[in-house]
Design a protein around this ligand. Structure first.
Ligand code: SF4
Length: 198
């Protein structure tokens, strides 16, 4: 799969402490997108799914995380790789929380109306989403729209929706919007999270 970046531990991308993987490639062009470097399918780097699973498992075994959030870019553009990642994670780590950000609405995903580099027919795309969905604990779905700011947890604009897809979480598990700065041992700073827009 093609990744944009990753973060070992975040407290603003879902409940608890979570690793984050941003997948590379997005063709949705939401006005005001904060992560344009994640759009090109030429950018980022190829990562073996087995390596990503091992990375998450090591972080979990170290007690650093209790969940993983997958964001982008647009993760559904790599739907088959995303499903393979989720299946491998659920086999090895059924106890972790897994969340997904996608710019597509649930209606688009459920009808297979999303762009995937796998070039699947729509019926097969809908099946892919159903298979992906059953591995998720929550998802934040819908385009970013900077003209409709939201103050709801994980939701940047009012048209987006935070969906609970399992009984692992309740809405009270999700903290208010917040921004996080992480400085790693090499002195590299990563900024992630959700500022409150006016
Ligand atoms: S879906 Fe996300 S990455 Fe893609 S353009 Fe919209 S805000 Fe940016």
């Amino acid at each position: 799969m093609r990744t944009h970046s990753s973060l070992e531990r975040s407290r603003v991308n879902g409940p608890g402490s979570r690793a984050v993987i941003w997948l590379q490639g997005c063709s949705l062009n939401c006005p005001g997108c904060w992560n344009p470097l994640s759009h090109s399918i030429e950018g980022g780097m190829e990562v073996e799914i087995a390596s990503a699973v091992e990375w998450v498992a090591d972080l979990h075994a170290s007690g650093l995380i209790d969940g993983l959030t997958i964001s982008g870019g647009e993760p559904m553009e790599q739907a088959r790789a995303l499903l393979a990642l989720l299946q491998a994670l659920r086999l090895l780590l059924p106890e972790i929380s897994i969340g997904l950000f996608s710019g597509y609405t649930e209606r688009e995903l459920a009808s297979g109306a999303f762009l995937s580099r796998d070039a699947n027919p729509p019926s097969s795309q809908a099946d892919l989403w159903r298979a992906i969905r059953q591995h998720l604990d929550f998802a934040v779905l819908g385009r970013f729209n900077g003209n409709r700011p939201s103050q709801q947890p994980l939701v940047s604009s009012q048209n987006q929706a935070l969906l609970l897809l399992s009984d692992r979480h309740s809405y009270s598990d999700f903290s208010p919007l917040s921004v996080e700065f992480t400085i790693n041992s090499q002195g590299i700073t990563q900024i992630t999270g959700f500022p409150i827009l006016q």
